[in-house]
Design a protein around this ligand. Sequence first.
Ligand code: ADP
Length: 760
Amino acid sequence: MTINETTQYLPLIGVLFYTVLIIMPQIRRGQDKALATWLLIVILLSIIWEFSFFLAPQIQYPNFALTILLLSTLAIGGTTSSYIEKRPSKKMATLVTLAFLSVILVNLLTPYRYFVFPDGTHLLITNGTLLAYMTWLGLSGLILSRTWREYKNTLLPWHANRLLYWCLSLSTIFLGEILIFTEQFFIVLAGQIIRFIGIVWLAYGVSSYRIFDVRTRTRRTVAFLIVNVLSALPLILIIFLILTFSQELQQIDQTNTLILVLVIITITVGFFLYEPYRNIIKRITYKFLGGEVFNTNQAIRNYSQASARTLDVQQLSILVIGTLSELTESNRGALMLVTKKEDGSYELETIPAMGSVPRENVTFAYDDNFIAALSLQHQPLLQYDIDFNPLYADIGDGDREWLKRLEMEVYIPVSDGSDIDGIIAIGPKSSGVPFQPDELDLMQTLADQTVIALHNARLYSELNNQNERIRHLNDDLVEQNEKLEVMDRVKSDFITIASHELRTPLTQVKGYTDILAAMNEENALTREQTREIVGHVDRATRQLETLITAMLDASQLDVDGMQLTFVKTQIDTVVRLAMEPLAQALRERRIALHLEGVEELPPINADFKRMVQAFTNMLGNAVKYTPDGGHIHVIAALVPSQITEEEFIEIIIRDTGIGIDPRFHELIFEKFFRIGDPQLHSTGSTKFKGAGPGLGLPIAKGVIEGHGGRIWVESEGEDEDRLPGTSFHIIIPVTPPNTIETIQESAASKAASRPSYLVG
Ligand code: ADP
């Protein structure tokens, strides 16, 4: 067989090699389907390409092999897109397809046309070949540059390493292809081998999620080569010197004894010097190329001493992350506290120590792979593994997203072997070099040293929390006690007030009827006197009636709330009616009343009479507790709900009166509560600071709440000199829930007469 015949069969060996390669991507479980398919297409095209060399003479279409190669470059582009998880833009895809189609067209239509320069000379390759080369160059350059850009933009070193590896494989393939284009037999052969190696690497990249650390491995290989070449140099020098001298010495000493002695001395001295020399070379080379070497023992000793003294979780976080980041040159990290909850899930609380780390807590389900892997395997887990190792494919999307946001490179469990207490998270090294196995070991050793310290710190912080809680409880108890004391006072005040309030009109009735009886006995009663006495009795009984009605209303609140009848009600009518009985007092005491926005309110569904009652009570209070010459504002507005589509009306009754001490802001809504001396009896409904029975506000509150609304008071405090004033806020829904319109609007206005039960 001649050389030519042998070379004819070489492509078949290529076919064989590529065919074997098909198995590789099938090895990995749970891998990315699209990626594996793309790679399969690349390999299949490579097989066809090799075949096309073998079949070259039979194929009519010129540049068949080159076109298939171009197609496989396209498939490599697809594989790369899938690998870096970035789809090419539509514009780019169209451009590439057009270029490829034009290569086919030019080769089909003008197969043997050469590019002719104006001076008549022409290129040695056809237009079709030239176009194919140019398309190949553009396409491979594009694929390589995209991967490189992605590599440069990737922060986490292990993630970046994966892309660097891909860049390296792509460069190898493209280098091989360039060599094949030379069409020189041995160079083409070398090109074929190099391309095949590149494709093998590509297949390895697809089939294994864990790729060796490219940079460190390259550096170590270079270091190994340098050390060995430099170590060999003196040996070569010695042998060379001996060879040179021995010829000259042979002339002096024919017996060669001298040469023998010289060789023995040189070899002995050489051996003495060789070891230290190699060590120096090794040290210098590895210092620059072998990666950092650190004093782990010292670091662990310092750390365990310091951590034993730390009782605060935050300080411990700073200490452990500080030590680790100093050793590994990372500038990001946090300690996470892991708490197992009753339902078996784990809550993670981040205690940031370095870099801006999100602080929100997160809960991992009890069967989540992340926590399970850390506590079961008891070894560092890389973010890279979480992203690419099929073992962790089950981690929930939310948890995955949270972990991604932390931007950490590795998670180290802090666990005593049974349950996990914490996780140390460390960010990427500032140099961008991935963490090495010995560094990960060191991290785990430090994490193991942290177990007891973390235990203690957590117990200590729990103790502090308990103390804090007890202190709060104590404060609460004091507060409750004070409230109880006041309530107790209210209860005894009730008897005093009720008896006083009832006795006053009763005494009057009794007194006047006695007078009436006595005068009648003596026949001394004139018509005029009778009318006057009956008038007094009438007033006193009306006062009694009012009081009893109020007491009944108030007691109704306790039993089943207010019985309300809802009709369309205009708030400005309510306010006007409520003000009517106070008009004279306002004039006499020169108190100005200002209404704002009341008229603009829409009608609401409400119990008209009860509303008038509530407003009379509150406006009466405003008059009573505002000194002469003051102001009362009634401010109203329509407010939409922020949650539902419901609408509310807000009414503020603000006075420039004496104000209310914040201690009583809730109590004034209690029945029979009034600030001040309970011995005082009612002294009129409009006099400044005139005492009342303490029923006005509880009834107003009952009415407002019966409408599904809320009432509360705001006031800086009580001060008769400064007059801070009081604001009562009322919020009522325009359509209270479960209300039925029972009476028409017109009927409601007709009913608008002063009710007999008003108090205040
Ligand atoms: P009263 O019948 O005594 O007016 P209320 O229930 O209406 O009873 O009010 C309870 C207490 O709230 C009053 O005794 C008074 O001390 C205080 N109060 C009510 N409204 C005002 C106000 N606008 N300014 C100051 N104090 C007020």
